[in-house]
Design a protein around this ligand. Structure first.
Ligand SMILES: [Zn+2]
Length: 379
């Protein structure tokens, strides 16, 4: 019997809210479910989608983890004295050029961006996406989608995340039309950036959602023309939460009198502040400094529930999560807040992701980490 073609289309940040609001493809994809986001960011969700494991296993939560002994940037400490004046190195354009330079210098094949990370702290950090996550062995020692599909003997296609999404849709449609693949993972990420800037701008978002609808219809037509039985599923990793306020962590930390790199280390992401305690007493002072901030310190129970608990404390000894809509600003990710952000508590209504399909949603699919078992199922 001819193998059924199973196509999965990933649309970054296509939240359940947006799907409902715009009635996204309710005719073509009638089997629909809201999905609980994986705690973290897209850099957490993608490894989760590609392995079915959570950060406690695959090790990807945020881009930067404090790890002086593992840092690939150790040699850069020799450069530190030359990295002044600081203002220059904080300019966006300079940092983009520098990011490209570092990526090339270190031979990183994954997505690399310095964001707002102070250059002088870089030698103390490890970066989680040094390799291309999508290709075979990309998440070693954990097996990823490419590993499994290839071991199953599938003819498969996984989009190149570096290409524009229009290309990715076109390439996939060509393959479907030829009946050339058994499994496909089509990647698109432009909606994430668009929503970061324009969350709540109905006119702009509706237009983009309609464009996605047309791209997915085209894939559906191509699959039909391919002449083989098929399933088509669209899913996402999270939604987008409008900006509701900011907190200034560096100012609060400055008032503690503690020294970064001696008393404590931190990585301030957009929605969470992660800490590693280097000296006794630092924790109490930082907790004091954060008292009154809109958010809370994650308990061990929450970290376990979110799949981010690790005995080696790779992600930090303590994590402060901002309330939904509140962004750390400035942070190690940037100096300005964005109109929209994700990476809050997965229970936040705006955070929910979606699973939309031509076939009934398989049992047990309620979280982002559940996608993988469906994608690799051989039924
Ligand atoms: Zn994003």
């Amino acid at each position: 019997m001819e193998r059924k073609v199973r196509a999965f289309v990933f649309v970054d940040a296509l939240g359940w809210r947006q799907v409902e609001r715009y009635g996204f493809l309710s005719d073509l994809l009638p089997y629909r479910r809201e999905i609980e986001m994986q705690f973290g960011y897209s850099c957490t969700a993608i490894p989760t989608i590609l392995t079915g494991e959570r950060p406690s296993v695959h090790g990807h939560l945020a881009f930067y983890d404090y790890a002086p002994e593992r840092s690939p940037f150790r040699a850069m400490r020799l450069l530190a004295p030359f990295l002044r004046p600081r203002g220059f190195w904080r300019r966006g354009r300079v940092r983009n050029v520098l990011s490209k330079l570092i990526k090339r210098l270190y031979g990183f094949t994954g997505y690399f961006q310095l964001y707002g990370m102070p250059i002088e702290r870089l030698p103390k950090f490890d970066y989680c996406e040094k390799t291309d996550l999508f290709v075979k062995g990309g998440l070693k020692p954990v097996r990823n989608l490419a590993d499994v599909w290839s071991a199953q003997g599938m003819r498969y296609h996984i989009s190149d995340w570096r290409l524009p999404e229009s290309e990715n849709f076109r390439i996939a449609a060509d393959m479907f039309r030829k009946g050339a693949v058994d499994r496909a993972f089509v990647y698109s990420a432009a909606f994430d950036a668009l929503q970061h800037d324009n969350v709540g701008r109905d006119d702009i978002l509706r237009r983009k959602v309609e464009a996605y609808a047309e791209s997915v219809r085209e894939l559906h037509r191509a699959l039909s023309e391919g002449g083989r039985p098929f399933e088509l599923t669209v899913f996402s990793d999270h939604g987008m939460t409008p900006l509701r306020g900011t907190v200034d962590a560096p100012a609060a930390l400055g008032r503690t009198g503690l020294a970064w790199g001696e008393d404590y280390a931190s990585a301030i992401d957009s929605t969470m502040a992660r800490f590693w305690w280097l000296k006794d007493g630092a924790e109490a002072k930082v907790r004091d400094a954060f008292a009154g901030f809109p958010g809370h310190w994650l308990t061990e129970g929450e970290m376990r529930r979110h799949g981010i608990w690790r005995d080696d404390r790779k992600f930090g000894d303590a994590i402060f999560l901002a309330d939904a809509g509140v962004q750390f600003c400035p942070s190690d990710m940037g100096v300005k807040p964005l109109n929209g952000m994700h990476g809050f508590d997965p229970a936040d209504e705006d955070s929910r992701a979606c699973w939309l399909s031509t076939v009934p949603v398989p049992e047990g699919v309620s979280r982002v980490c559940d996608y993988f078992k469906v994608m690799v199922s051989q039924v």
